[in-house]
Design a protein. Sequence first.
Length: 252
Amino acid sequence: MEQGLKNKVALVTGGAQGIGRAIAQRFADMGATVGVLDIQLDRAEQAAQEIRESGGNAQAFGGNVALRETFTSAVAALEQQHGRFDVLVNNAIWVRYSPIDAITPEMLERMTATGFHSIVWGIQAATPAMERNGGGSIINIASAAGFLGIPGALVYCGVKAGALGLTRSAAVELGPRKIRVNAIAPGSVPTEGVRMHLDDTLTAKRLARTPLGRLGHVDDIAAAAAFLASDESSFMTGESMLVDGGVTHALL
Ligand SMILES: NC(=O)c1ccc[n+]([C@@H]2O[C@H](COP(=O)([O-])OP(=O)(O)OC[C@H]3O[C@@H](n4cnc5c(N)ncnc54)[C@H](O)[C@@H]3O)[C@@H](O)[C@H]2O)c1
């Protein structure tokens, strides 16, 4: 898959850090031109700069994924500059865990807007551009939490289960237009975003019930995204791919 994304143009949301950053790097390493979109514009610019320094093509976009215009303008800019648009990774989300009693309207709105509405707007903006060049691949970063019940994560589990349902519906509707839509469901990957929720006790518990005996690494998720973005997965759509060390299937 070394140059498996050559001549493709991709947009990765939440690309400034963590899993999104690793996906953007991997896509660029495989020959894609990558738009790194994030609400932290300075960090998105830094990520794009580092990708360029490593020999890849990348440009930064600042924007809030909760807003439809963020996607329409980024997709239009990429298509205008590079003549095509092929791959969208819906990765960004704002997350807070909370017991049910302490969920506030602001938490609910911000998590659903960034983790669910964003996928709707991303798909809507990406599909006409993908269709103009004969198809494309949309990858929604869901979570093992979309399959599980995690205490204190009511909204997160619901938003991620929603992302899985939305992936299936989009795949069926967009298949005839040669647009594939798949989801990746990562297990725990200690990124900046996750470290604030994962203390040593919880990490030890998760490790103890993970058959492969380790937490995930951002590159584990980037490798799955690279596969789903490339033509290697050209007969896959509507799929939810667990990349979780086996934890979701374990009864230990
Ligand atoms: N890390 C894990 O353990 C894990 C496990 C399962 C699923 N996931 C999923 O993977 C994805 C990435 O997770 P991560 O751990 O890298 O997260 P992270 O918090 O480290 O990074 C998220 C990125 O999204 C950006 N972002 C947040 N709100 C935004 C907004 N409104 N508009 C644009 N950008 C915004 C942030 O600035 C940040 O760069 C998320 O969808 C997360 O739910 C992560």
